[in-house]
Ligand binder design. Structure first.
Ligand code: SF4
Length: 393
């Protein structure tokens, strides 16, 4: 079998799982008898759930049209939170034994309340991680929340979670993140022609699968990609940024790439942001998970956290320098306040540095792809024929 065919087969098998996480979770549950725990974006340490012997599943937006959920949550909440509520109301969360949350965006809190109303028999537990990252009391507070989560999981799964269990889980997740980062490196260098749709499938499947099973598939894939030879592309390179909490629709990614560009990097949540930061492998493992929470915001800053020393716009400037991208497309989930409020900072800095960029607001339903295509084409033209005095598109 040709290696490109084998690559495609592995990626497609992971894409199929990513497209239907509930089917995978049910099969896993039947096979192992373990609990399935839904964890919410964007900072939950899945390692803790894994250490309890349960399957952590980062709950995904569902593509179904929102029906029953419409009367349960405000229309002006982001598509992800409206989808969560709709999935609760339409019985799609029946396979989950519990939901755990550490982030507390207002929209997410609203969704959690509506979920508690719709699925009262399913435990839903919020252990709020402090979002103010610079305060001296923040690390001990987060450490306290991690201890609370550990106790909850012990109760849910009926077993003690030893430090050694957490350390084993940390090693498994670090291995998986390392493999995905290797694929990102191969893509940036032009060796692996991975499309954005494929990259999304690789990360999304890591969010919902048993981590060792996922790593085993990546370990087959990585050597095939490494055996390729870098091919220089004459197409403009782009970086995709943002889109918190859920994956942008694959057809949007396809449309962007159909405009004569190659996407070489991203800091999407269902992308590099998710796998960028390893948990320290030394010391007390619960303390290591605490350090990971703070490290990941320094590594790939997020506007849902408040940290004076972390600078998302500076991160983006360095990322495009590293990947050679000549422009950025910022994807903002409609009604995502933490992102919308930060965008003026991004815009100011990208303009100052003359990095062309375009903002696309993403929505759960009804993306006007043809109209958006015209705007992406305008960005591409701008990159190809830069006019110094022109505004970014
Ligand atoms: S951070 Fe944005 S995308 Fe995530 S739940 Fe809040 S509003 Fe929605």
């Amino acid at each position: 079998m040709a290696s490109s065919q084998k690559e495609n087969e592995i990626i497609q098998s992971l894409a199929d799982i990513a497209a239907d996480p509930s089917a995978y979770a049910s099969a896993w549950k039947q096979r192992t008898g373990g609990k399935v725990v839904g964890i919410m974006p964007m900072n939950f340490p899945g390692e803790l759930v894994h250490a309890a012997g349960a399957l952590p599943v980062v709950v995904q937006e569902d593509r179904a049209t929102i029906t029953l959920g419409r009367s349960l949550i405000y229309e002006f909440y982001c598509g992800y939170t409206r989808s969560l509520v709709d999935q609760s109301a339409t019985g799609k969360f029946e396979g989950y034994d519990a939901f755990l949350i550490v982030d507390h965006c207002v929209a997410l809190l609203g969704a959690i309340d509506a979920m508690r109303f719709e699925i009262p028999d399913t435990p839903i537990y919020l252990a709020q991680f402090t979002a103010s990252m610079d305060e001296p009391w923040s690390p001990p507070q987060v450490r306290g929340r991690i201890d609370e989560l550990r106790a909850r999981l012990e109760e849910l799964c009926g077993r003690k979670i030893a430090d050694g269990d957490i350390a084993t889980s940390i090693a498994a997740f670090n291995r998986n993140r390392g493999l995905l980062r290797r694929i990102y490196d191969l893509r940036r260098s032009g060796v692996a022609p991975i499309t954005s749709r494929q990259m999304q499938a690789l990360v999304k499947s890591a969010m919902v699968m048993d981590i060792d099973e996922h790593s085993a598939r990546l370990e087959e894939l990585v050597p095939l990609l490494e055996a390729r030879t870098a091919e220089a592309s004459r197409l403009p390179k782009l970086h995709l940024s943002g889109n918190f909490c859920h994956a942008p629709h694959p057809e949007l990614l396809d449309m962007i790439e159909s405009c004569g560009v190659v996407v070489v990097d991203d800091d999407l949540y269902t992308g590099y942001r998710y796998i960028a930061t390893d948990v320290p492998a030394d010391g007390d493992p619960a303390e290591a998970l605490t350090r990971w929470y703070f490290n990941r915001n320094t590594n790939v800053p997020c506007s849902t956290r408040a940290q004076k020393s972390a600078d998302w716009e500076g991160y983006l400037a360095k990322a495009v320098e590293k990947s050679g991208a000549s422009g950025i497309i910022i994807l903002i989930a409609k009604f995502c306040e933490p992102h919308m409020l930060y965008y003026p900072e991004l815009r100011k800095e990208l303009r100052r540095r003359e990095i062309p960029h375009l903002v696309i607001e993403t929505e759960h339903e009804g993306l006007p792809l043809e109209m958006l295509k015209t705007r992406v084409e305008a960005l591409v033209e701008h990159i190809k024929r830069p006019v110094r005095s022109a505004e970014a598109v």
